[in-house]
Design a protein around this ligand. Structure first.
Ligand code: PHB
Length: 389
């Protein structure tokens, strides 16, 4: 096979990149190790920044998002005895939208299918070759066991932290932080007990009340690393959520319901630099991982490909290297902003067992929740800076 851009990975980054390239008249082929059904059902975060929504809308992907997405003006930030609403719309004139990554991926999948995008699902042994030349190629084994090869002008790794592309960059610089706690996440068939998300500091550990729709709630509990999910019955989960989220305080109640999915998620920060080597470019989780606090992962992937698509179009159509040469440095500015914000939200809200740290966290929370300067900083980062910042 021959194409202009070979994309490894059909998650939101790879699919959106192919969509943006197509609009710029650039052809691509995608390979993906999982099945389409798996990719579309994979549960991830559900908060879209204003600039992500604007971008999706601007490229014809806003129809169901506008109909079903739920615009939130801000978040609730709380600690025992106090709950404060931060209104991003008032503070920075920007909002966020609750719309699951699963839904973004389905919308992208349908749009790419309608456009006749070539996507090879359920492939194995994906490898990238000759990335230091102008004619790189990707090899893989198809679902029928046949060896395949895609020749391209450039290869883009949208294949997450376990894919082959990150590892194909020689001698990268990397930074990593593993946090001493994990999240236990549940999806429940019950109407959310809150209008907007609640981020709760509690001596037992952090809790988050999020949602996917008017009938589906998404909730999280801080748990120790290595937690066995079998130790957490549904009743134990709801009891812990009620305690940490403040059930019964000031007339607020948490309504439990049937849990349909539960899992333990590790928390990690990771950045790899550069995000380009020769004719291989990295985007999304292939280059960086953020802990989920603050919901930046998907938004960062979208920002990467929004920068990358015009850079690749100029490169493959006109031989103009300017934007491609600037991609890594430009993308990494936003990556580090979000890496800091996710780390800051994480370390402000999770208990570490240290009494001095706890007092600092409470003081920080009070400042963020009650000072306009503090609140504006959180709002600007959470609602998201404009793409290109
Ligand atoms: C989620 O809904 O999954 C979610 C929301 C906000 C976060 C993290 C996860 O900060």
């Amino acid at each position: 096979m021959r194409t202009q851009v070979a994309i490894v990975g059909a998650g939101p980054a790879g699919l959106l990149l192919s969509h943006l390239l197509d609009r710029a008249g650039v052809e691509s082929v995608i390979v993906e190790t999982r099945s389409r059904a798996y990719v579309e059902a994979r549960i991830r975060a559900g908060i879209l920044e204003q600039s992500t929504v604007d971008l999706l809308r601007g490229v014809g992907l806003g129809e169901r998002l506008d109909r079903e997405g739920d615009v939130h003006r801000g978040i609730h930030l709380q600690w025992p005895g106090e709950r404060h609403h931060l209104d991003f719309a008032d503070l920075v004139g920007r909002t966020v939208t609750v719309y699951g990554q699963t839904e973004v991926t389905k919308d992208l999948g349908r749009a790419r299918e309608a456009a006749g995008q070539r996507i090879h699902y359920e492939v194995a042994d994906t490898r990238v070759h000759d990335i230091e030349t102008d004619s790189p190629f990707v090899t893989f084994t198809g679902p029928d066991g046949r060896a395949e090869r895609i020749d391209a002008d450039v290869v883009v790794g949208c294949d997450g932290s376990f894919g082959p592309c990150r590892a194909a960059v020689p001698n990268p610089q990397t930074w990593e932080r593993t946090y001493p706690y994990s999240w236990l996440g549940v999806l429940a068939n019950v109407a959310p007990s809150t209008d907007e998300l609640i981020y709760a500091w509690h001596p037992d550990g952090f809790a988050l009340h999020s949602m996917r729709s008017a009938t589906v709630s998404r909730l999280y509990l801080q748990v120790p690393n290595g937690t066995d999910i079998a130790e957490w019955s549904d009743d134990r989960i709801w009891d812990a959520l009620a305690e940490r989220l403040g059930h019964g305080r000031d007339g607020w109640t948490l309504t439990p319901g049937p849990i349909t999915e539960k899992s333990v998620l590790p928390m990690r920060s990771f950045v790899q630099q550069p995000m380009r080597h020769g004719r291989l470019f990295l985007a999304g989780d292939a280059a960086h991982i953020v802990p989920p606090t603050g919901a930046k992962g998907l938004n960062l992937a979208v920002a990467d490909v929004a920068l990358l698509a015009p850079a690749l179009a100029a490169l493959v159509d006109d031989g103009d290297e300017k934007l491609a040469d600037a991609y890594s440095e430009t993308a990494l500015r936003r990556v580090w902003r979000c890496t800091h914000f996710s780390w800051w939200m994480t370390t402000m809200l999770h208990t570490s067992g240290d009494a001095f740290d706890a007092q600092l966290q409470l003081s920080q929370l009070r400042w963020v929740a009650t000072s306009e300067a503090g609140a504006t900083g959180l709002a600007e980062n959470y609602a998201g800076l404009p793409i290109g910042f």
